[in-house]
Design a protein around this ligand. Structure first.
Ligand code: TYD
Length: 215
């Protein structure tokens, strides 16, 4: 059976992790072997690079250096985990992939999209996901949800107050970026309205998965 590489994308609070687990159950019920992974990270080497990128004491990387670090992690992820698993007929589901670099570093932080594309080409050639889901939420809703999740995790209160103080323009650019990516590649990238609840979102996702499996 043909292996598959599927990615989940979107801003914070859109519910990627929950949907990744639902997808895993869906495929396992069909007897398929599934690997859930994430970026940056997914392999021991790439997780080390993740620590450099996401921890506060990881250093102040320039945008170009940061772009190379994301792709260095991604090359390890693709070459040592994703490609071998797909070749064995497994289904690999990644929480984020290249579209996050385009949306966050490119559209969000203003790093040159052409440079990202050049680095992507050198790092990955024509390798790309079979299918990508962008879980799309209005910015305020996404921030509200992710702050509520963080508040639950830390026991903090007053998420509304903190939310009001946030500058939302970065998140607007991010959302716009993901929607642009989907516009350029409508066959690979499916935008799913993430306001409709876990079951509603998964219903849309499973429809696409079933079309992919029977393509
Ligand atoms: P994570 O805690 O996994 O966030 P989330 O739950 O939102 O996925 O941290 C990953 C962070 O790294 C997230 O803020 C998005 C960012 N990121 C980039 O900026 N560029 C990238 O290429 C990737 C893969 C992630």
């Amino acid at each position: 059976m043909r292996g598959l590489f599927i990615t989940l994308e979107g801003g914070e609070g859109a519910g990627k992790t929950t949907q990744a687990h639902r997808m895993k159950e869906y495929f396992e019920l069909q007897g398929r072997e599934v690997i859930l992974t994430r970026e940056p990270g997914g392999t021991p080497e790439a997780e080390k690079i993740r620590a450099l990128l996401v921890q506060r004491d990881g250093g102040n990387w320039t945008p170009t250096a940061e772009c190379f670090l994301f792709f260095a992690a991604r090359v390890m992820h693709v070459e040592t985990l994703i490609k071998p698993a797909v070749a064995e007929g497994k289904i690999v589901i990644s929480d984020r992939f290249t579209d996050s670099t385009v949306a966050y570093q490119g559209y969000g932080h203003g790093f040159d999209l052409n440079v990202i594309e050049q680095v992507r080409q050198i790092a990955l050639g024509d390798f790309e996901p079979d299918l990508t889901f962008v879980l799309d939420l209005p910015v305020k809703e996404g921030i509200k949800r992710s702050m509520a999740q963080k508040a639950v995790a830390s026991g903090a209160e007053n998420t509304e107050d903190r939310f009001e103080k946030l500058d939302t323009s970065f998140h607007e650019r991010l959302r716009h970026g993901f929607l642009e990516i989907a516009k350029f590649e409508p066959k690979r990238v499916k935008v799913i309205d993430a306001t409709q609840g876990v079951d509603g979102v998964f219903k849309k996702i499973s429809k696409e998965l079933s079309m992919l499996l029977h393509a």
